[in-house]
Design a protein around this ligand. Structure first.
Ligand code: NAP
Ligand code: GCO
Length: 265
């Protein structure tokens, strides 16, 4: 056993040099922070979003922040199956094979459930859940052919609990927890590790209205044992772990990074 432990030194366990990560929804927020952290760990990164100009700006800033980093962009809507297939094929042909897929793109459309429109329901389920099926369906066969790959899905504490006005989002993130496990069950035998990260309340554009709401801000800081909102950068450690050789025997797990929120009544 001792020999096994000395086989790989800690830095190598978390070294992503030579690997390439596609991070959906990475033109801002959590996705961009994860891309930055993966680049700092040595990975080449492919930024994604629908807005090409926003992507170009994010790409430029990342190249400046992480000198020598391999950074490119792939603009596509994660709900558009044809665009996904086209951009994944182009990325693998022109940039590098995708070793790490982070299904991170997501939206919120808050409304009381009894008043929620079909459009609000479908847009959230399409973007936060079905998209993960569509993108993984394009990437996983290539990983399976190579006998290796890391898939990390951005779940949420809403994969476990809900609150009023986000039934669509909670349903999507609850489904994403089980889709993550289903991926692990089918693809682990092919050398893939499929897991998720479960952020708590993080300060991003998606939550701007909540952060700026004095009453909600007070509630969430009281509801979170750490007594504060999280920052996107605080999700990087868990993501690098799940993207690296350190997690080669970890499958079907959701790693919650929530300041203790789910531990508390
Ligand atoms: P954000 O700041 O609003 O960023 C969302 C990103 O997703 C943007 O880059 C956006 O770019 C992209 N995106 C949205 N719809 C897309 C689509 N159809 N196709 C491709 N890209 C799309 O949100 P965030 O807080 O970073 O959220 C990122 C992920 O973390 C989401 O899955 C969210 O559910 C999850 N999450 C967030 C929190 C939190 O507290 N913030 C907590 C738990 C989980 P474009 O609009 O340019 O396409
Ligand atoms: C909300 C928030 C949450 C967070 C996150 C918590 O309306 O309560 O948007 O859904 O974004 O998902 O983990």
């Amino acid at each position: 056993m001792r020999e096994m432990l000395t086989m790989t030194t800690p830095p190598a366990l978390f070294d992503l040099t030579g690997r390439t990560a596609l991070i959906t929804g990475s033109s801002q927020g959590i996705g961009l922070a994860l891309a930055r952290g993966l680049a700092q760990a040595g990975a080449g990164v492919v930024l994604n979003g629908r807005d090409a100009a926003k992507l170009a700006a994010a790409c430029e800033s990342l190249r400046a922040e992480v000198p020598g980093a391999r950074v490119t962009t792939a603009a596509f809507d994660v709900t558009d199956a044809a665009a996904i297939e086209r951009e994944v094929a182009r990325t693998e042909a022109e940039f590098a094979p995708v070793d790490i897929l982070i299904n991170n793109a997501g939206i919120q459309r808050r409304a009381p459930l009894a008043e929620m429109t079909e459009a609000q329901w479908r847009e959230v389920l399409d973007t936060n859940l079905t998209s993960v099926f569509l993108v993984a369906r394009a990437v996983a066969p290539r990983m399976i052919a190579r006998g290796a790959g890391k898939i990390i899905n951005t779940c949420s504490v809403m994969s476990e609990v809900s609150r009023p006005t986000i039934a669509n989002y909670a349903a999507a993130k609850g489904g994403l927890k089980m889709l993550t496990r289903a991926m692990a069950v089918e693809w682990a035998r092919h050398g893939l590790q499929c897991n998720g990260i479960g952020p708590g309340y993080i300060v991003t554009e998606l939550n701007r209205a909540l952060v700026e709401n004095v009453e909600f801000n007070k509630w969430i800081c009281g509801r979170t044992p750490a007594g504060r909102w999280g920052q996107p950068e605080e999700l990087v450690g868990a993501t690098v772990f799940l993207a690296s050789p350190a997690s080669n025997f970890v499958n079907g797990q959701i790693l919650y990074v929530d300041g203790g929120l789910l531990a508390a009544l």
